[in-house]
Design a protein around this ligand. Structure first.
Ligand code: SF4
Ligand code: SF4
Length: 491
């Protein structure tokens, strides 16, 4: 049965073509036919998760399905019709790297050219992020390996001065090798370390091998006061057995590790259908494997798509009058859940004791109502909101040491006060996943709502899955700004 009609591209000639998502025996596939290169079929999701995710489409502000945007996806650099603001701006600061991972989409170090914008260009890219409307709240410095740059600390400091939340995508070798460097990084930011980490065993982590230095990375970050998010790229048959072991490991270091963000690998170049079917790993696969590996501690139903945080933003905006962070990515792009560690080290996902769907809908409703209320009716509505949110919590299942009612009250009545939240984060692990798109499963409907954008040295922005998805953007940008190999920025 056809579920959705959308647009995609032909993986051979890259022309825009019609595509449909349909279900067969509980699995959702994409089917598209190029007049020249024939039919392509790709597995997308399991039907249950697909239906659940699309239930939340209405949370996207001004969602207009299948609105045709001229030139999409080849017009990103000059497009003013993109449907979502930039939540995370990515700035590649170098394509030099101290490793050679075969699946690196940046193709760092083996590209044959040096891509390393000068410091003053990077400052302009950071300014561009802050001058957007609305201003981007966060930046991810990526590469290559950002810490290869001699002036990287200056870059972090500049971003901090511009009030950006800073993430650094790294393999961790520089951090492990020097506490002094890690402390300098902390002083300049501190950033959160977005640590590429593929598993705890030799087989799962055979390219980076940073499981051999992970204790040192954690120790140095702890001493310097830097938080870590583990970012495993999941390759079927290589490290898909590591999902629960990585989460378990993260919970053992919950005072430093703030989250785990799984990234099922996306495909590069031409691949046969058999090989794709063998290697394709979806968010549904991840949820199923995690439920099995964790013996049911984290169930498939515990995951919620990214835009379910939008009502929280809307509510925050209505209460404070300030602009919040608009995670308005398409619901099929990514999912997340939260895990709480109680005083007996028991791990409990939030959906186990919170009726998340009702929680989201209550916030959505009050976000709208508070915005239109007078001062008097606002106070009454805020109390009603707190009471309604309390009713979504199952006190018998709630961990004893989680004072969630107090926390909710604090966050709603004193939204600027971070103390309650800081304490909460010390016992809580974020678990997320984002399934980046490639030419085989590219859905322009998802791309148009992308919130993660590369910022080019010319201060234009390109959605992540367009930049890395074999549409030619990365090569074009790097070629336009490349330098002779061997010449590096000394800072
Ligand atoms: S992906 Fe977004 S920015 Fe790129 S052309 Fe389409 S709408 Fe415009
Ligand atoms: S990066 Fe790709 S998967 Fe993530 S929000 Fe953007 S389009 Fe979706």
């Amino acid at each position: 049965m056809v579920l959705i009609k959308t647009k995609s591209v032909c993986p051979e000639c890259k022309k825009v073509i019609d595509a449909e998502l349909y279900d067969k025996d509980g699995i959702v596939y994409m089917r598209k036919t190029c007049p020249e290169h024939g039919e392509f079929i790709e597995r997308i999701s399991d039907l249950n998760e697909f239906n659940k995710d699309l239930n939340y489409l209405d949370l996207l502000y001004e969602y207009i399905p299948s609105k045709d945007i001229p030139g999409c996806p080849y017009n990103c650099e000059s497009c003013n019709m993109h449907q979502s603001p930039t939540v995370l701006g990515i700035i590649d600061v170098t394509n030099r790297c101290n490793l050679r991972c075969s699946y690196c989409f940046a193709n760092a170090a083996v590209a044959g050219w040096l891509y390393e914008p000068e410091l003053d260009i990077i400052k302009k890219q950071i300014d561009y992020l802050r001058n957007m409307n609305p201003p981007a709240p966060s930046v991810l410095f990526s590469g290559g390996e950002p810490t290869m740059r001699e002036d990287f600390i200056d870059i972090v400091r500049y971003a901090r001065d511009k009030k950006l939340f800073i993430l650094v995508a790294t393999n961790g070798y520089k951090i492990a090798s020097s506490l002094e460097y890690t402390k300098k990084l902390a002083e300049a930011g501190p950033p959160t370390i977005y640590l590429s980490f593929d598993g705890l065993t030799d087989k799962s982590n055979k390219e980076k091998k940073n499981h051999l230095i992970i204790d040192k990375i954690i120790d140095n970050c702890k001493q310097a006061g830097i938080g870590i998010v583990l970012v495993p790229t999941i390759l079927k048959g290589i490290n898909d057995d590591q999902i629960w072991p990585i989460i378990k490991f993260a919970t053992e270091h919950i005072d430093v590790i703030r989250g785990v963000n799984f990234q099922p690998i996306s495909f590069c170049g031409r691949m046969s259908r058999d090989l794709r079917e063998k290697e394709r790993y979806t968010i549904s696969d991840l949820g199923r494997d995690l439920e099995k590996q964790s013996n049911g501690i984290i169930k498939r139903r515990d995951w919620y798509p990214v835009p379910t945080v939008l009502p929280m933003t809307k509510l925050f905006e209505s209460i404070t009058g300030e602009k919040g962070i608009m995670f308005s990515s398409h619901p099929l792009c990514g999912s997340a859940t939260y895990l709480f560690k109680d005083e007996d080290d028991k791990l409990i996902p939030f959906p186990e004791f919170v009726d998340v769907d009702r929680f989201i809908r209550i916030m959505d409703k009050y976000g709208d109502e508070l915005e239109k209320s007078s001062k008097l009716s606002r106070s009454i509505k805020m109390l009603a909101l707190i009471k309604d949110l309390f009713s979504t919590i199952d006190n018998d299942k709630k961990p004893h040491n989680l004072k969630i009612q107090n926390l909710l009250k604090e966050v709603i009545l004193h939204p600027g006060d971070m103390d309650a939240l800081t304490n909460f984060h010390l016992h809580t692990l974020f678990i997320g996943t984002m399934h980046f798109q490639d030419l085989y499963n590219l859905d322009l409907e998802r791309l148009k709502y992308c919130t993660i954008h590369y910022i080019t040295p010319q201060c234009t922005r390109i959605p992540f899955c367009a930049y890395n998805g074999d549409l030619g953007y990365r090569e074009k940008v790097e070629q336009r700004n490349k330098k002779e190999y061997g010449k590096t920025n000394k800072g």
